[in-house]
Write a protein of this length. Structure first.
Length: 227
């Protein structure tokens, strides 16, 4: 990956969520927004490392989760793997979901954003939050990219109606050797989304719990598909 530091701005002092920005390289009156959400134990610098490779027309924002695990490590909610399956703090997840939606409204006030072209892209827990925010408030989004994530059962009762979801684009990528979140999570989510009338772009890779070059290339291709 190209990890050259892109043009960025630190907005932590007065923003709802601490975030980094890559301004659009192609200047227009209004730019599509791509909001990046990191995984548990990481931070806003993680996915931002490939911001320079993302399509030039996007305003790219990488946000930090609101819960501090330790110095430099953050989460969108706490999760317990001691039973062998992830058990989430649902109240924290709900608070983070609402914060993400409020944060997007804040970004609209701070930046010149095309409100009809807002995308979420998350890895692991960030993918879970992308599903949670995007599927419950689809009127705010054009697309969701979920990389190595899952759709918790606790979120399904909040999901909008199939009619409200019809316009939503979804990209799912997952490694078949993922030992953190099994590939079955991605496969079952794809089936579930199809039952709601969504036809996701679905990709599997010989990869563990991470993002490789092939995954990133497929994400970039999906983002640049005309719609």
């Amino acid at each position: 990956m190209d990890t050259t530091a892109p043009n960025r701005r630190d907005e932590k002092q007065d923003a709802l969520l601490h975030y980094l920005v890559r301004e659009p390289k192609l200047k227009k009156d209004r730019a599509p927004l791509l909001l990046l959400l990191h995984g548990v134990g990481s931070n806003e610098k993680d996915l931002f490392s490939f911001a320079n490779q993302l399509p030039d027309q996007f305003l790219v924002v990488s946000a930090r989760g609101p819960y501090t695990l330790e110095a430099g490590r953050y989460a969108w909610y706490q999760v317990d793997f001691s039973t062998g399956k992830p058990v989430i703090q649902i109240e924290q997840e709900e608070r983070s979901r609402r914060m993400i939606l409020q944060f997007i409204e804040e970004l609209k006030e701070r930046h010149h954003i095309d409100e009809s072209a807002v995308y979420l892209c998350g890895f692991s827990q960030g993918a879970i939050m992308s599903y949670s925010a995007g599927l419950t408030a689809p009127e705010l989004f054009k697309g969701i990219a979920a990389m190595s994530g899952r759709l918790p059962e606790e979120v399904k009762h909040k999901i909008a109606s199939p009619v409200e979801l019809q316009h939503l684009r979804v990209f799912i990528s997952h490694g078949i050797e993922d030992r953190m979140l099994n590939i079955d999570y991605a496969r079952s989510c794809a089936i579930y989304l199809k039952s709601l009338g969504i036809q996701p772009a679905y990709k599997e890779y010989h990869e563990g719990h991470g993002i490789n070059r092939e995954m990133l290339a497929d994400l970039l291709a999906w983002l640049t598909i005309p719609s």
